[in-house]
Design a protein around this ligand. Sequence first.
Ligand code: MG
Length: 425
Amino acid sequence: MRTRLVLFDIDGTLIRTGGAGVKAFAQTAEHLFGCPGGTERLRFHGRTDLSLIREFFRLHALPDSPVEVERFLTAYLHFLDEQLGRNRGEICPGVDSLIRALRQIPDPPKIGLLTGNVRLGAHLKLRAHGLADEFEFGAFGDDHENRNELARLALAKARQKWPGSGQGSEVLVVGDTPADIECARAIEAHCLAVATGGSALAELLEHSPTLAVETLEDLAVEQLLDPGVKADRITDWESLYQAGDTRWDKGEAAPGLIDFLARHTGVQGQTVLVPGCGRGHDARAWARAGAEVVACDLSPRAIEQAQSYPVEGGSIVFETRDFLSKSTQSRQFDWVFEHTLFCAIAPSQRAEYVSAIKDVLGPGGRFLAIHYLQPQDLNGPPFGVTVKELRRWFESDFELVDHWLPRSFPGRVGRERMFLWRRAR
Ligand SMILES: [Mg+2]
C-alpha cells in the first residue's frame, strides 16, 4: 500500500542538536528549581518533554501542576534558544535529499512531525537548521505526554486536515528509537527506523521496524512509498532483460576493467567472482586475461544470454542466483569484481552486500569495484554513493589499496571511481 503520510521524529532523526535540549533541561532544573544536576538521571531518548518534566518533578518531590509545568517550559524554551545559538549541531545525513525527493514525487505524501518536543521547542530546533517550513502539521510533546497517544493524535489531525488521508498502513513513522517504533505500531503504521540518534541499528532491528537503515542516505524513495516491498524487487531485472530494456548494458566490458587487466597481468589461473554479471561482458574480459571465473545474476534471461557468447582464455561458470542471499554462497575467491551491482541494489541493502563480499573473499582476497558516485539520486537505480560512504562501508574489513578515476563509457565520464580493496587478514 502506498504511503500517504510520513511523520518525522526530530531529535536524532532530522537533526542532532549537540545536546542543546538536554543542557536546557539541566539549566532549568538548576536555575529555576534549585536542583543542580537534577536531570542527570533522566533518559531522554525517545521521550516527550512533558513526561521528562513530570519525571523530574517526581524525582525531586516537587509539586506537579499545570502552572509548574508551564513555569518549567517557559524557562526551558529560553535556555533552549540560547543553547541552540551556542551548539552547532547538524542536520542528519540524507535528510535534505530525502525531503527534496519526496517533494518531487507526483501527488507526494503529506509530511508532518511526530515529536516529543513541545511545539515551540520543535520550532526552535528546526529553525536553527532551516527546516522549520518543511512540515505541514504535527503532533507535539505538549499535546500529550505519551508518545503512542501522540501518534494517534497525529493521525487524527491528518484525517481532519485531509479527509480520507488514510489507514495506518498508509502512514510511515520515521524515528531513531524503539519508542518511535512502538508508537508506529500503536497506530498500525509502518516504521522506518534510522540509527543516526539514540540507538544503534542492531538495537532498532530487535524491535522489528518495517525498515531500518544506518542513515537516511541508505534509502530509496520507492521504499519510503512502499515500505513493505522487498528492497531487491524495486526493479524487476528479469522483466527488463526479457523486454530488452537494458540501457546500462554497453555490449562490452567496462573500459576501466579493460585498462586494469592490461596493467595487471598476474590474474592468470586466479579465481574471480563477478556478481550482477548481466550478459557477462566483464566476466569474459577476466576469462580473456586467463582467470577462472564464476559469474552470477538474479535474472535467468541475463544468464541465458551470457551463456550464448563464446569464451576465450580461462573458464566461466554462469549461475542464476541472488548474490545477497547467504544460502547461495558456497566458496571463496581470489577476486571479486563488480561494476553495476552496488549501485543497482537499494541503498538499504548495502549492509547485506558488504557481508556477501566478505563471505566470498578469504583474507588477502581482493575486491575490485567500479562505483557510480555523485550525484546521490534517491530515485535510482543507479543509486549514487560518495567516497566517504564507501570508506564507511568497507574500511573495517578491507584495506584500501588504491582508488582512481577510470576510463568510462561516454555519458558516465567523471561519474565513476574505481576502488581496489584487500580483505583484511
Ligand atoms: Mg528521536
